[in-house]
Write a new protein. Structure first.
Length: 336
């Protein structure tokens, strides 16, 4: 949306899947309009599809609610150097998914634009991007989380997985899975080749508590892992999951019922689980769980490792993984 708004003399109709048309876009649209953009709603106010007439934007100062999605922030930051006056972005409220903003700024710096971030204020000068002589894209830590889950759920105490190219120093916030999975029995050792994951005994504490406001894309993986390990948990900072590819809180709650897992949401943005059985109990006579993915790649990715616990799962619409990890099924087959 932000990029198209800067394409001088071009007009666009930006649309998407049915779910995309249900995801709120008003905060970004209003911010872009304040910077001079010409954007209209083609259907329902506040949601795609959008009619966009590209033009040179003046820039300046704009406010944006920070607690909804860091994607709005990143969109504005990336076009900011092209604005006549640059950008002063004031973020209102608690900043959601801050590591993703840091990653955006680090990438911009690599390509010649240095911004300032002070508290809830971001400053980006009017400038020109210029590429480095070489640039290496890090392997995806979000995708790595599913291999952490596989190790955690594996019944084989000798399970060992090497994730090539992953290193301790990373610009990605989702590298936090190293610490998130340690209490679940996954040890990480970094070598020159990458991250080596090994299974180890993990003492079961009374309650596993984590705040996912900085790493929402890891939430599904941890919820499924803990539920199938019968590990009690209370996860907070999940409000943004309601507006992802699906309502991920509702989807997790629904699909985990097949495993005899009952999640509760005592407060907004919170998921809680207290085991009422020592091991997963399949419903409906113990058949193969049928996982509905709701057109959400992370539902398929997070539930596939459940087969290590139940013997098998059937993933409906497995092609959804193409959005972020298109070779996932091939990688699982190679694992055996």
């Amino acid at each position: 949306t932000a990029f198209l708004a800067t394409r001088v003399g071009k007009t666009f109709l930006l649309t998407g899947s049915q779910r995309m048309k249900q995801r709120p876009i008003a905060p970004l649209v209003e911010a872009l309009r304040a910077l001079g953009a010409e954007i209209d709603y083609a259907a329902e106010e506040g949601f795609p599809p959008l009619r966009i007439s590209g033009k040179k934007l003046r820039g300046g100062t704009v406010e944006l609610p920070a607690q909804i999605s860091s994607q709005y922030v990143s969109a504005l930051l990336m076009i900011a150097p092209t604005l006549e006056q640059g950008l002063h972005l004031h973020l209102r409220g608690e900043i959601a998914s801050a590591p993703y903003i840091s990653m955006t700024l680090a990438l911009m710096k690599t390509f010649g634009v240095e911004a300032k971030w002070e508290g809830n204020q971001l400053y980006v000068p009017s400038a020109s991007y210029h590429g480095p002589t070489s640039f290496a894209v890090e392997p995806d830590w979000s995708a790595a989380s599913y291999w952490y889950e596989l190790v955690a759920l594996s019944p084989d105490p000798e399970t060992r997985v090497l994730l090539r190219g992953l290193h301790a120093e990373s610009v990605q916030g989702d590298a936090a899975c190293v610490d998130l999975f340690a209490p679940l029995g996954v040890k990480t050792e970094f070598t020159r080749e990458g991250a080596c994951l090994t299974k180890q005994n993990a003492p079961i504490s009374a309650l596993y508590q984590r705040d996912f406001s900085a790493t929402p894309d890891l939430a599904q993986t941890l919820v499924v892992t803990c539920a199938l390990l019968r590990r009690a948990f209370r996860f907070t900072g999940l409000a943004s999951l309601h507006i992802k590819e699906t309502d991920r809180i509702a989807a997790l709650t629904q699909e985990l019922q097949q495993f005899g897992v009952h999640l509760t949401s005592p407060t907004p943005g919170t998921l809680q689980y207290v085991p009422d059985a020592p091991s997963p109990q399949l419903l409906d006579g113990g058949g193969v769980p049928q996982i509905h993915t709701y057109d959400d790649h992370r539902m398929a990715l997070a539930f596939a490792p459940a087969a290590l616990v139940t013997g098998a799962v059937e993933i409906h619409h497995p092609e959804v993984i193409s959005k972020s990890y298109p070779h996932y099924w091939d990688d699982l087959r190679r694992l055996g």
